[in-house]
Write a protein that binds this ligand. Sequence first.
Ligand SMILES: [Zn+2]
Length: 283
Amino acid sequence: MNLNTDIDKLLTQQTKEWDLAQENFKSLETIQERELNLGKCIVRIQYNSKRIKSTGANVSKDAIKKRKCFLCSSNRPVAQRSIDYNDYDILINPFPILKGHLTIAHKKHIPQSVDYYIDMFELARSLDSFTILYNGAECGASAPDHLHFQACKKGLTQTEIDFKNCVGDRNISKAEYCRKLTIIKSRSIEDLSIKFKTILSNSIEYSSIYKDAKLNLMCRYDEGEWTLYVFHRKAHRPSSYGVSYLVSPGLIDMSGIIICPREEDYLNLNEKDIIKIYDEVSE
Ligand SMILES: [Zn+2]
């Protein structure tokens, strides 16, 4: 039994039989994107009105406490199916940004925490036609109270394209790439863990409410080798959030696809705005 094939079957089944998923995956096929050249790098701006709930979410501790957790199995829509994977349920994300967008939710309602990074590395190896994504509790996660990863088909983010031929480990500064990024590679899960723990203890701050690391992670596995991308964060949202633009950066935005749920933001955001957003949220 191949997990990747089972997930493809789940995607086909859910986009056929679950109306919400069908509509949103269909509109993804004709989604509007435009490209901006920031000088040091390229970003894509995506107009995705379905993401308003996530981008506009009130993620204060009070608001999170009051709402029903949408990742707990008891609160999920009846039409939402899952694939059982160790301590997790693999679900399709009904508000997709990228092809094959999945949410991988822990079976228990426990807070988002980077301490589960081994699970992410194992997921990358098991789901090797996907890239696995992680948003720190206060760095873009819309359910900071329920541990989860996301996944999408490999090679779709701008960062994967930009560093496709990267060999060995790299420390990429803001001066080079508008946001701070560390790339580590390894053929051993133990070695990858040691390298990642060193980054965590040396250069990552922790957030105040959920005590999770201020970062976004992306991990993929190619023929025996892991690649882990670490985006270093200092702020949850930019100062323009809700004032001029509604952009709430998570991993996908940090990896070069800026999500705009409002059309006016999609049309008006320029190079200077994106550089400022990255500057304010990245280390
Ligand atoms: Zn929950």
